[in-house]
Design a protein around this ligand. Structure first.
Ligand code: ADP
Ligand code: MG
Length: 285
């Protein structure tokens, strides 16, 4: 493309809230095979709501006491539920965020963990509770376990619904011949249920934040890959991808790492950005 065509292309993008950092990125967007999406805040609206609490009052109380110190997107949901139920928050010592797994801390000399049900964390979970987890996950709900001294005392189910344009946006990308994948730290059942709702072909679940970039690199062995994300954790994957596409609502780190920024946070703008690239590079050779 001529410099003029490039300027027209990037200018047209900017006019529609699609910021493209340079000509190479605009060109790379014309040669993609696969688009990988983060789940929370990218495919979903990122406004999670608590739908049920299993266990007594302590479940919500302990979870909220820890979540008030957390910056995770699930934290506001738990805090809102605790406020609605008028539970009193307790002081927490030794708070720790376990990236991609949950949070821990000490409350009244008890070791409290709030987070995902993973075998390797060595939590003791009663069979009835494990059953409940499976049912909720199939309903596309993220399950947050609350444990005292490594024994689960209950759980909180949290639902984050897909953005309203997600299904159409994915359909349009697939019509352009692209493969779509969801890459998430959440578990396979939840991710699979949400992917189903929006028509995403494939799910790579249970991936720790530090492993997301490696998952992209693996796909790049055969495909040219774009990654769409919004979180602090997404920055390495955004940099690794052939085209990193950041949501404008995302963290500064994500926006910095993205080659394309979607100011309007609309998933349809992924397809629009790719079309813009096609126009720019196919018209003038
Ligand atoms: P995602 O890939 O969707 O952005 P993360 O990698 O941040 O998700 O987290 C993966 C999973 O770990 C979450 O779905 C949740 O089950 C658990 N988790 C992480 N942090 C927290 C937290 N602060 N409170 C509750 N659960 C958490
Ligand atoms: Mg996210």
């Amino acid at each position: 493309a001529t410099p003029t065509a490039l300027m027209v292309g990037t200018g047209l993008g900017a006019k529609h809230g699609i910021l493209i950092k340079n000509g190479e990125i605009l060109e790379a967007a014309n040669k993609l095979d696969t688009i990988v999406f983060d789940k929370t805040g990218t495919i979903t609206a990122g406004k999670p709501q608590v739908t049920e609490v299993v266990g007594d009052r302590h479940v919500l109380q302990l979870a909220a006491s820890l979540e008030q110190l957390s910056e995770h997107p699930l934290a506001p949901a738990v805090l809102a539920a605790a406020k609605a139920a008028q539970v009193k928050l307790l002081p927490v010592n030794h708070f720790r965020a376990l990236e991609g797994q949950g949070i821990s801390g000490q409350v009244d000399a008890q070791a409290v963990f709030v987070g995902t049900l993973k075998q390797d964390l060595g939590l003791v979970v009663a069979p009835a509770l494990t059953e409940k987890v499976k049912v909720l996950q199939k309903e596309a709900k993220t399950v947050v376990l609350v444990a005292i001294n490594h024994t689960a005392i209950g759980l909180i189910a949290i639902q984050d619904t897909p953005k309203k344009e997600a299904q159409k946006a994915i359909k349009e990308l697939k019509q352009q011949g692209l493969k779509t994948i969801m890459l998430t730290g959440d578990n396979q059942a939840v991710a699979g249920a949400i992917a189903n709702q929006v028509g995403i072909d494939q799910v790579i679940a249970g991936v720790l934040p530090i492993d997301k970039a490696a998952a992209i690199a693996k796909l790049q062995q055969t495909d040219r890959v774009a990654f769409v994300g919004d979180g602090i954790n997404d920055a390495p994957a955004l940099s690794q991808a052939d085209v990193g596409i950041a949501m404008g609502s995302g963290t500064d780190v994500a926006i910095e790492a993205g080659g394309i920024v979607l100011i309007k946070n609309n998933l349809k703008d992924v397809g629009r950005a790719l079309k813009l690239s096609q126009k720019t590079f196919n018209r003038i050779k």
